[in-house]
Design a protein around this ligand. Sequence first.
Ligand code: UD1
Ligand code: MG
Length: 456
Amino acid sequence: MALNVVIMAAGKGTRMKSTLPKVLHRLAGRPLLQHVLDAAAPLQAARTVLITGHGAEAVEAMAAGSGAVYARQMPQLGTGHAVQQAAPLLDDEATTTVVLNGDVPLVQTATIAALAAACGGTRLALLTVELADATGYGRILRKGDAVQAIVEHKDASPAQRAIREVYTGIMAAPTAALRRWLAQLTNDNAQGEYYLTDVVALAAAEGVAVVAAPASGETEVLGVNSPQQLADLERRFQAANALRLMEAGVRLADPARLDVRGTLTCGADVEIDVNCVFEGRVVLGDGVRVGPNCVIRDAEIGPGTAIHAFTHIDEAVVGAGALIGPYARLRPGAALADEVHIGNFVEVKNSTLARGAKANHLAYLGDATVGERVNFGAGSITANYDGANKHRTVIGNDVHVGSNCVLVAPLVLGDGATIGGGSTLSKDAPAGALTVARARPVTLPGWHRPRKTPAR
Ligand code: UD1
Ligand code: MG
């Protein structure tokens, strides 16, 4: 069944008290509107119309690539007025039109699909929910079982305000009838707005069936109007995600102290300690252990590897059986083979480390190719940047770099080379030999320590 999808995203979001348009605020790392676009995408709508207004340029820029077309609503005269702007862009061959809210981010694809099916191009289908406190919402008015109208909170009588069945802001309507109803809306109400919800009474008056489909739960229909509501939805989203991970066998020290802003894929027997943040696409192999307070973004971690506390990993790949951290930093382009050890205060950027290589303390490896079993000493660094260009350091297998060395790239250290501690090395070191590049120690006989001159 072909569909039109209309997403309302013109509102200002005054209560966010932010210069950023409301639908661009992020939930689990993605803009609110992106969640709605992602939920609608599998429905393969013939036409997706995004209604923009406040911050239209930024909102449209975010949605670029989604395939949506834009209808600008200036000024914003209500939800009915908003959908009126979309009407000229609707595809008439798509006989069902779904209306979604850009600030209701957790709506499920299956729910939208079921609502569209309930409409079936002939009925008006409303997504509803029962709320303990329905303040502010449009109430569903019924005669017997049949839905007659929606009355907005501000227009409702005390008896109507006692109704707990509310409209979620999401509906599916027959496209041709929707056009007809939109043309008949007036703004004769408490807010002086054109209410989309008035189409319900118009449908009932025409004898078009109005059906109310319940949402799967409250969470998927909650809107974001304030930072408090945004934080509440973030926690609900994260709690549901943590539950899914635990159901798949992941052991979380505390499901309330995990944040996944993207996709986290875990093998068997993965353990994650408290306060970890995962961003982008992260894959943890079987038996990976992640210590507390780690931030891991766009990374793959091999089986059996331990990531110790306070480690930061960004666009990196780590092999099996590796030990990383505590306090390690893997930056983009770090590719670590199996059994590599990276210890505290070690930074690795755009470098490959072969099997068993170790940099255990206070080091920097940038633009380096590091061989197997290399030991890179405490305080040693690659000086990869000459102020204009980056250069590579190539370290062969079984090289031992002593402590506090500066390897001035471009540089090649042959297999089995040993570099004496404290060396500043600006030319290649041959294989299998000890190279030392520092001043020889000198002892001055007869030297006396200065003494304080007595005061006069
Ligand atoms: C609306 C419904 C109410 C429902 C509630 C659910 C109407 C008249 N009322 O009320 O029955 O219970 O949602 O949350 O529809 N928007 C525009 N242009 C406008 C006005 C709004 O694009 O001119 C957008 C907003 O950005 C928002 C959505 O439409 O995404 C809903 O608008 P909002 O003002 O929040 O409607 P409510 O008063 O909450
Ligand atoms: Mg609202």
